[in-house]
Design a protein around this ligand. Structure first.
Ligand SMILES: [Zn+2]
Length: 495
């Protein structure tokens, strides 16, 4: 059972806001840096000259209002559908796929209403509807005002035996009839098999070749049961690319955790369109998530992604859909998760403060998100505390900051400390540096906590002094080591 959404609509983050933050980060500091963290643009592993790849020219078929309606918790009324469709168009998706108008009378009315909305307000998205490969469904679909029809039929032996019971000749003849009918109405048409990765390869290629010859706009490969691996996807799409001239759409379920990797491999092998849904919602545990695909693609081709998609809208759309289907956004969600851009270990924090690219492949600012550095824990480092003191406008020397950090770490060993506690300690420490009157670092500690704190503080101070002594020793060793090297150079120069 899915956990209920928070009533304040922020998906578990008390102070979450729509733009600019990834929820409430108690004990963390949002930091801004000037460096441009896009190291991947010069990655030595970047492929060159791959003529098959469509990684830099893919299109999105957004299926939250079709596949997403099949999610266990989903119930979208017309108002919800209109809001989601408008948000997806604002985001810049290429297509929005809707539930079959043959599914129910309300589905048909909703489909017509969204087509009207598109005509009045949409900037980029075209509307598709997804129907069975059957003339009855196709006749209803073409009357709704959609731009295109996606037809699907099961081709695996499981589906042929246990679902519709039709042989390949029947499937091919029906497909041709439906495709020609939809084309005669001037609409786009896609033909897809279902459960493609458990279908016979010869059957698949033969039917795709037949529909390609009569002018289908796209053929679809669907990993309906989520069994495919990236390598299988690459092989099948590349083989299909050699057989058909039309576009290739792909649809990946996430049962075995490969939905994003499979989408990426499909593009590398020559697929042109990827099906997504917001947060990946769909049948069972869903399909390639829109946000996850954006994370993958911005690493591959940032310029293409940012020129085409309004990715700063991602969090807003995810929050909206999460509320409608009453789920929380997972803490580790791509881009928008609570800790997607949060750094805790002292060594990470130091590098992030110097240059975020050291530990980040994606720039949170591209998505309107913030990066956070944790500074209220026993793992904190003095660079993070220095950054926080700067934010609080308390100027201290590095040595003072290090001593202050030792006290914060000692306190974090005694009890869990919140951001307010850390700020109090930094402020009290600063006050004590400049005043005769000694202020306690933290109010409200029990006698036992004070005792523990003093012991921990002694250890931290000893460590600090030890580090200092160690560094002096190392410097001395280095200085001594330089002498013979210099002598040697001189000797070499003389010789
Ligand atoms: Zn599906």
């Amino acid at each position: 059972m899915c956990p209920p959404a928070e009533t304040n609509g922020t998906n578990g983050h008390v102070n979450g806001t729509v733009n600019g933050t990834n929820g409430n980060h108690e004990g963390y500091s949002a930091i801004q840096t000037n460096q441009n963290p896009h190291p991947h643009s010069s990655s030595p592993y970047r492929p060159v000259g791959d003529f098959l790849s469509n990684v830099s020219r893919f299109k999105i078929i957004e299926s939250t209002l079709r596949e997403g309606e099949q999610f266990a918790n989903a119930y979208f009324d017309l108002e919800a559908k209109m809001k989601i469709a408008q948000a997806l168009d604002d985001f810049g998706v290429d297509y929005i796929e809707l539930t079959s108008p043959a599914a129910s009378e309300q589905s048909r009315l909703d489909c017509e209403a969204i087509c009207r909305l598109k005509n009045e307000k949409f900037k980029t998205a075209k509307i598709l509807t997804h129907v069975r490969c059957h003339m009855d469904d196709a006749r209803i679909a073409v009357e709704t005002g959609v731009d295109g029809v996606d037809v699907v039929i099961g081709t695996s032996s499981y589906l042929r035996e246990h679902s519709h019971g039709k042989d390949m000749t029947y499937i091919k003849n029906t497909a041709i009839e439906v495709i020609e009918f939809v084309k005669s109405k001037g609409l786009e048409i896609r033909f897809s098999s279902e459960d493609s990765f458990r279908s016979d390869l010869v059957d698949l290629l033969s039917i795709y070749s037949a529909v390609d010859k009569i002018g289908v706009n796209r053929v679809g490969i669907a990993d309906t049961v989520g069994c495919a691996s990236p390598r299988q996807v690459y092989d099948l799409v590349r083989t299909l690319r050699g057989v058909v001239h039309c576009d290739i759409e792909t649809h990946f379920h996430n049962d075995s955790g490969c939905a994003i990797a499979n989408a990426y491999c499909a593009l590398e092998a020559g697929a042109t369109h990827i099906d997504t849904s917001v947060l990946g919602i769909g049948e069972r545990n869903g399909i390639t998530p829109l946000g996850g695909l954006m994370a993958r693609m911005i690493v591959a081709d940032r310029d293409y992604v940012l020129s085409k998609y309004n990715v700063k809208k991602l969090k807003e759309i995810e929050d909206m859909v999460a509320d409608y289907v009453e789920v929380n956004i997972p803490f580790n969600n791509y881009i928008t998760g609570f800790c997607a851009f949060t750094h805790k270990a002292g060594i990470h924090a130091k590098a992030i403060l110097n240059n975020p690219s050291t530990y980040e492949i994606i720039n949170p600012a591209d998505f309107g998100m913030s990066r956070y550095v944790h500074f209220a824990s026993r793992l904190t480092g003095w660079n993070a505390i220095k950054s926080r003191a700067d934010q609080l406008d308390l100027q201290m020397t590095d040595a003072q900051i290090k001593l202050c950090t030792a006290k914060i770490k000692a306190l974090a060993d005694v009890r869990k400390i919140a951001i307010d506690d850390t700020d109090s300690i930094i402020r009290a420490f600063y006050h004590n540096l400049h005043s005769q009157e000694e202020r306690p670092l933290l109010e409200g500690l029990s006698a036992e906590e004070v005792k523990k704190f003093q012991i921990a503080e002694e250890k931290e101070k000893a460590e600090l002094t030890g580090t200092k002594e160690k560094r002096q020793l190392e410097e001395q060793v280095e200085a001594e080591a330089e002498v013979p090297a210099t002598k040697k150079t001189r000797t070499a120069a003389v010789a």
